[in-house]
Design a binder for this molecule. Structure first.
Ligand SMILES: Nc1nc2c(ncn2[C@@H]2O[C@H](COP(=O)(O)OP(=O)(O)O)[C@@H](O)[C@H]2O)c(=O)[nH]1
Ligand SMILES: [Mg+2]
Length: 633
């Protein structure tokens, strides 16, 4: 079933609210202040039901220039516009402004209700019609029906209703493959239910029990109930005016402008890139750093505009802009927005969002212009590639890409799969993607780092994996693991324990170095449980140095010498023998003390104590008072 929303538009007192009431029976001016003053201040809602089941929602907006802000919150979600023009007054300022707003928001179709015909002479009516046709020229309403109507006499109401439902039937259905989003236009509490928000479901579906997040606040909640046309429903879908009862959320924690969507689906941002067009009748050029009111969805946020390629945008011109927002906005690339000047408060332009939470560029840098041009004019595949390129060696989560691109989840998945097939995109895993160029760069950098390390440390077997990762620009963990695994499969690198080396790397010792290494090893093997200090051992072979000496370290890295404590190393085989003796003793006697081990191994305390502590640390023994017992015995 298709859901269509019609929004009213037009100057104050031209008869919008009266028409909605005549068509639907609903008086949308529900606030006491609205009743008292006889004007619409905030949005009103009504619906038309056709016998064949077609339901058309109507959002009635205020016409007063002071409430254009509320009007904007209402028309964000509409499919069709009903521009209401009073036949006696004709085209007025908010007639033009509302038409401009609907055009900027890319409303696809609509009609004009030329109302209050009972107040206009036939000749005058013809003049006003000509005027209206002139106004509509080159707008989305250029060829739309202009329906004369009067609420007083009832003239034209049947025609108007038919024209509206014809348009509704012809309106294209909304895409379902989009992240579910409900920009909130009202928040209130219902006794016994708690907080309820309403809005036009911009895309996707919500069902009762769905987990949701309220952006940009990061409030987590659950859909406790849903209503459409005042009836409880199990699910609501794109295009429906929807009331959502949110579980466990304070009324005060939410306001108009916030967005309900699945958790983690959207990226609130205070920086947004966009195409930017200034209306032909904007009162003056838009200069860089001008402060404007930025309207997207049901939100209004103050912003400063940064122009990318010129000092000022003249009326009628289109370019690119970067908005620095004074509060976070929540929107997706592809969304249309409207800007109004700070003072006087008039609509001056708008555009299409290209990027949220965009990469930093130097302002006005040609790179930023190239980036925005690509996002604006590139194919979907190019747009995706650009986002991945900007993500660099860290790559990007699929969820992050969903929040940064105009594609629905399914199209995004297809584009990623195609990219992987074409080789431009690398799937790190099912949720993480990387641009091929970023991967190649990281790969080259990693190999160069290994080469440099081997050149600087010819006697070291390899570099620690963590050290290498941190030198490689602190590479993203998943990306780096995948890269090393790939290099290992290719045979380019070898990883042993936490050490990485190039496969081509081999330690080459001179005859003299080999003599020292062999001598050291023989000494340690021979000295068994009473090994020399590193200095002493090296000294015996005519080398000055301590355990950090590269030849000594060679034996340590090879695990031929085992460090028991600072400055105390045993030959691996000797240590094995000692361990066997200690374990054998413990099996037989149950426990061993410092003097016991001295006797067992025939060594002094200097060796006995560190050995016992070493076996504790190795989780072979455990201390019990002065003695050790086998762990787990
Ligand atoms: N004579 C006449 N008056 C109308 C007609 N439609 C509305 N009005 C009057 O115009 C005034 C403004 O109407 P309203 O619907 O509140 O205008 P809105 O501000 O555009 O919503 C009210 O006093 C209405 O009674 C009409 O068709 N004929
Ligand atoms: Mg009204």
């Amino acid at each position: 079933m298709k859901h269509v929303v019609i929004g009213t538009a037009g100057h104050i007192d031209h008869g919008k609210t009266s028409l909605v009431k005549a068509l639907t029976g609903t008086d949308t001016d529900r606030l006491p202040e609205e009743k008292a003053r006889g004007i619409t201040i905030d949005l009103g809602f009504a619906f038309l039901e056709e016998p064949d089941g077609l339901t058309v929602e109507i959002v009635d907006v205020p016409g007063h220039e002071r409430f254009v802000k509320n009007m904007l919150a209402g028309v964000g979600g509409i499919d069709l516009a009903m521009l209401v023009i009073a036949a006696d007054e004709g085209v007025m300022p908010q007639t033009r402004e509302h038409l401009a707003i609907c055009s900027l928001l890319r409303i696809k179709a609509g009609l004009v209700a030329l109302t209050k015909t009972d107040l206009a002479e036939p000749d005058w009516l013809e003049l006003v019609k000509d005027d209206v046709r002139g106004l509509l020229e080159r707008t989305f309403l250029a060829d739309c029906p202009v329906v004369p109507v009067s609420v007083k006499s009832g003239e034209g109401l049947t025609d108007l209703r038919r024209a509206l439902t014809d348009l509704a039937r012809a309106a294209p259905a909304r895409a379902t493959d989009q992240t579910a989003r409900l920009p909130i236009d009202r928040v209130f509490t219902v006794r016994g239910f708690g907080t309820v928000v309403t809005g036009t479901l911009a895309a996707g579906r919500f069902a009762v029990e769905d987990r949701v997040e309220i952006y940009p606040r990061g409030v987590q909640s659950r859909v406790r109930g849903l209503q459409v046309h005042g009836h409880a429903v199990e699910r609501a879908s794109a295009g429906q005016r929807t009331a959502v009862n949110l579980q466990g959320v304070e009324r005060a924690a939410i306001e108009r402008g916030d967005v309900v969507a699945p958790p983690g689906a959207l990226l609130p941002t205070t920086l947004a890139d966009a195409t930017l067009e200034l209306l032909d009748d904007a009162p003056r050029p838009l200069k860089a750093r001008d402060r404007v009111r930025f309207h997207v969805g049901t939100q209004e946020v103050m912003a400063r505009v940064l122009l990318v390629d010129r000092p000022a945008l003249e009326p009628g011109e289109t370019s690119y802009g970067r908005f620095r927002l004074e509060a976070p906005v929540v929107a997706l690339p592809g969304d249309r927005f409207v800007i109004r000047s700070y003072s006087p408060i008039v609509t001056i332009g708008g555009g299409t969002l290209l990027g949220v939470a965009p990469p930093r560029f130097k302002r006005k840098a040609p790179a930023l212009l190239a980036h925005l041009t690509l996002l604006d004019q590139g194919t979907p595949a190019q747009v995706l590639e650009e986002h991945l390129k900007q993500a660099g060696p860290a790559g990007a989560r699929a969820a992050d890409l969903r929040a940064r691109t105009p594609f629905g989840p399914e199209q995004l998945k297809e584009l990623l799969d195609e990219g992987v097939k074409a080789g431009s995109v690398l799937a790190v895993d099912r949720e993480w993607y990387l641009h091929r160029e970023a991967n190649d760069k990281l790969r080259a950098q990693t190999i160069a780092l290994l080469e440099a390390f081997h050149a600087d440390n010819p006697l070291r077997g390899g570099i620690s994996r963590e050290e290498l990762r941190s030198r490689a620009g602190n590479a993203q963990e998943r990306v780096f693991s995948q890269l090393l695994a790939g290099l290992e499969v290719e045979g380019v690198v070898k990883s042993e324990r936490d050490q990485v080396r190039l496969s081509s790397h081999a330690i080459k010792l001179s005859a003299e170095q080999q003599r020292v290494v062999d001598g050291l090893e023989a000494d340690y093997r021979r000295s068994g449980a009473a090994p020399p200090s590193p200095e002493e051992a090296l000294g015996r072979h005519g080398v000055k140095g301590n355990e950090r000496h590269e030849l000594y370290q060679l034996l340590v890295a090879d695990r031929r010498l085992i460090r028991v404590k600072e400055g105390l190393f045993f030959h691996a085989e000797a240590l094995d023998g000692i361990q066997r003796a200690v374990v054998g003793h413990l099996r037989q006697h149950g426990e061993i003390g410092p003097s016991g081990i001295k006797d067992l191994l025939g060594v002094s305390r200097k060796y006995a104590i560190p050995l016992l502590e070493y076996f504790d640390a190795q989780r072979i023994t455990v201390r019990q008072g002065e003695h050790r017992v086998l762990r787990g015995a």
